[in-house]
Design a protein around this ligand. Structure first.
Ligand SMILES: [Zn+2]
Ligand SMILES: [Zn+2]
Length: 389
């Protein structure tokens, strides 16, 4: 079969790779009908996430048709149309019982590798490095889906792929980011990152009752897109974000702040006061957790900082004194997608949201490397690329 393969740092190739096989009783094989390129794929491609190997098939957002099931899968049948959550979860361990699917204790065969870096291991993830299981991803014609009786959600044919594909990751991820804010009526939520996850976080914050949502980015086309959700926007190349947020909230700060950027935050403008101070204090730092720091500084006393942007390792100069003295709560996690698929599918069905609003580009799987380039370099106002094998 054809698959989009990591062929070295910043090098992707469409290659012929062996068809996946059923290896365990609870596996299924899915013929992919739609798959997407995600911001977190970019961290893999440029080598920021460790333990990606040449020949690895990328992709963790996909859906398709079940073409084969192992003898242990009784709830799925050949011909079923499914969306597959990106974290692989057994459904029966301590974590899964608590609906903490992205930290399933049984789905990461390379848990030892992750334990060395993280203390304990998170779940396996499709197409997402060997430390997270080394599972082949969904930017391919076929995928092996482990624990297929737990994660995949069946979808009736009346909903097109584009409306349900993002149940695999970015809609639940944005929704969980908003849910972790414990939004009460009348509240203001600030979101860093107007990419697809930030767009879903904004839409979700409104679904959960936020009064105002303010989204921070530097790309006008992404800010325009997120405005369609009803959000207000700040371009951090044009304003001092901390001052602007203070002004917009009567001096108090947003009730909750969402980091939807993560480890590769872009340099802000030199004019930004908090940034300069941090920079002075930290001559040796990597600068990557810039957004996280700003979200913490901006949040009102006693508020919540919700982190859904991806981090890989360690951050320098974490403002713990601010967190502690101002009674902030930090909540984070890879999305526990399986918890959200059914309720969010119902919201789609009810017409509360049409997730296809994030799509900017559609192309065949064979053009995946070009899709990555467009998305990475923000060319052609690229917001979200959907690939069809
Ligand atoms: Zn993703
Ligand atoms: Zn589990």
């Amino acid at each position: 079969m054809k698959a989009n393969v990591w062929a070295g740092r910043n090098r992707l190739e469409i290659q012929d790779v062996p068809d996946p096989q059923i290896l365990n009783a609870r596996d299924a094989i899915v013929r992919v009908s739609s798959t997407a390129i995600c911001g977190s794929d970019l961290h893999l491609v440029d080598g920021y996430i460790p333990t990606v190997k040449k020949g690895d098939v990328l992709g963790h957002e996909f859906m398709g048709e079940v073409v084969e099931v192992g003898p242990g899968v009784h709830n799925l049948h050949t011909g079923d149309r499914v969306v597959v959550p990106f974290p692989i979860a057994c459904g029966a361990c301590f974590a899964c019982e608590a609906e903490l699917y992205s930290v399933c204790e049984n789905s990461n065969p390379n848990a030892g590798m992750a334990e060395k870096l993280m203390g304990h291991a998170p779940a396996g993830i499709f197409g997402y490095s060997h430390m997270l299981g080394g599972f082949a991803g969904g930017q391919a014609e076929y995928v092996r889906v482990p624990f297929a009786d737990v994660g995949p959600i069946k979808v009736e044919d009346d909903l097109p792929d584009e409306k349900v594909l993002f149940l695999s990751d970015i809609f639940p991820t944005g929704f969980m980011g908003a849910e972790m804010c414990d939004i009460k009526p009348g509240q203001t939520i600030a979101i860093w990152g107007a990419g697809p996850v930030g767009q879903f976080a904004a839409a979700s914050a409104f679904l959960l009752g936020a009064d105002r949502v303010i989204v921070i980015d530097r790309f006008p086309y992404r800010l325009r897109r997120v405005q369609r959700t009803g959000a207000e926007v700040l371009n951090y190349e044009e304003v001092n974000v901390l001052e602007a947020l203070r002004d917009m909230t009567g001096g108090r700060g947003p009730d909750a702040c969402i980091d939807a950027v993560g480890m590769e935050a872009h340099h802000p403008t030199p004019a930004m006061y908090a940034y300069d101070r941090t920079k002075q204090a930290a001559r040796m730092e990597t600068e990557r957790p810039y957004v996280l720091r700003e979200a913490i500084m901006a949040c009102r006393n006693g508020g919540v900082v919700s982190v859904i942007g991806v981090y890989g390792g360690f951050v320098d100069k974490f403002p713990m004194g601010t967190v502690m003295n101002r009674s902030l709560t930090i909540r984070t996690g890879q999305c526990h997608v399986q918890r959200y698929t059914e309720p969010l599918l119902q919201r789609i069905r009810a017409g509360e949201i049409d997730p296809s609003f994030v799509i900017s580009h559609r192309m065949p799987l064979s053009e995946a490397p070009r899709g990555f380039e467009l998305f990475k370099n923000k060319q052609d106002e690229c917001n979200k690329v959907v690939l069809t094998p």
